[in-house]
Design a protein. Structure first.
Length: 178
């Protein structure tokens, strides 16, 4: 029996007290390829400056949700970085053993709801062109996504909350361009 059958993952907000352990667990569970896709460069060890930023959760400017399994620990994380309103940068990582099981979708959905609750109206992200799975995930959870290629990465913005239900001229042009 697989661990997935034993315990369904639970997604919940992450607090500062558990942030270090969660960040370390997710990073340790990523293969070199997954680390490259998440951080956009080869990252054999998490630099202390990056780790410090990832664990500095205050619930407003930087908030996060994690996916955990009973007895298995943290298996994924989604984080928001922003001023506490307006636009927040979003990032998602799922340990390799749990990829392609719907964990990323649950994390992105939960962090989007958390972002709206905090007061954000838009999510922004950057995805490497070869990370087709993440591009699909973003489109499935954020149907109003506006992606563009900046020459190196696929950038995207997506309205959330009431802003997602307002159709603008920019939305219409973006849909026509797709």
């Amino acid at each position: 029996m697989s661990c997935f059958a034993c315990s369904a993952p639970v997604v919940h907000p992450l607090d500062r007290a558990r942030a270090e352990a969660a960040v370390d667990a997710v990073f340790a569970g990523l293969s070199p390829r997954s680390r490259y896709l998440r951080f956009h460069s080869p990252v054999p060890r998490l630099p202390e400056s990056v780790r410090a930023r990832l664990v500095d959760i205050d619930g407003t400017r930087h908030a996060a949700v994690v996916a955990e399994v009973k007895g298995g620990g943290v298996i994924g994380m989604a984080q928001l970085f922003g001023p506490g309103h307006g636009t927040a940068d979003v990032a998602v990582a799922v340990v390799d053993a749990w990829q392609r099981r719907g964990i990323g979708k649950r994390l992105l959905t939960a962090v989007g709801a958390l972002a709206e609750q905090i007061g954000y109206t838009q999510l922004r992200g950057s995805i490497l062109p070869e990370n087709v799975a993440m591009q699909r995930l973003a489109r499935s959870v954020l149907p109003w996504i506006r992606p563009w290629f900046d020459g190196e990465t696929v950038q995207f913005t997506a309205p959330i909350g009431p802003a997602a239900w307002t159709v603008t001229d920019e939305d219409l042009v973006a849909d026509l361009m797709r």
